[in-house]
Design a protein. Structure first.
Length: 209
């Protein structure tokens, strides 16, 4: 009886070792496969550039409330020659001192092929958006100094396409900084309307996936 129990214990240990060895081999093959795919495809993140910002409104006539209206031109380039990009969702909004100051504007979903370039010019706006009192004060000071640092961010979801394979969705975040003159002096911009000034920037954005 005890001998059978001993053999049973040995068999269980052998089975456990075989399972562990199989898992190690599987993980090794999977890692090698991933490295080979990465080496062959050499994937790179899309590159975004903030080309210009047209300012139609930007004021705090009501204390601690901000009304703003921008049109931003953003270009995106897919640097990969074997990977396509599905932009399933892209929401654009403006940020001042880490506080969102406009509503989100959604860019229509699109597919970006190998080495392709897409250009979007969405309007980003907010009407009487509440801002923190210290940000309202900082904005007044920045305007009196002649320039304001804004961020135009993109929050969305993307998928990658390799041949016929399409990946799952990945969170996608783009941050475009714009140091522009909003103090009433349009010398650094181009007047494009009665109350609109266009600022040429060509500013590269940071991209996180």
């Amino acid at each position: 009886m005890s001998k059978d129990c001993g053999n049973h214990g040995k068999n269980r240990r052998k089975l456990f070792r075989r399972i562990c060895a199989g898992l190690l081999i599987f993980n090794f093959i999977l890692l090698v496969t991933i490295l080979l795919v990465w080496a062959i495809l050499q994937p790179s993140k899309p590159r975004f550039i903030l080309q210009d910002v047209t300012v139609y409104a930007f004021n705090t006539s009501v204390p601690n409330f901000l009304t703003s209206n921008f049109q931003v031109t953003i270009s995106s380039r897919n640097p990969n020659d074997k990977i396509g990009v599905y932009y399933d969702r892209l929401d654009v909004f403006a940020v001042y001192h880490n506080q969102q100051i406009t509503y989100r504007t959604r860019i229509p979903p699109t597919y970006q092929g190998h080495k392709d370039v897409n250009v979007w010019s969405p309007f980003v706006y907010g009407n009487l958006v509440p801002v923190a009192p210290f940000n309202s004060l900082a904005l007044t000071q920045d305007q009196s100094n002649g320039a304001v640092l804004l961020n135009f961010n993109i929050d969305g979801r993307v998928r990658w396409k390799v041949g016929t394979f399409i990946s799952g969705r990945y969170h996608f975040y783009v941050k475009c900084s714009a140091f522009i003159n909003l103090g009433g002096n349009a010398n650094n911009g181009i007047i494009v309307g009665a109350n609109a000034v266009k600022y040429q920037l060509v500013q590269r954005c940071s991209v996180n996936v």
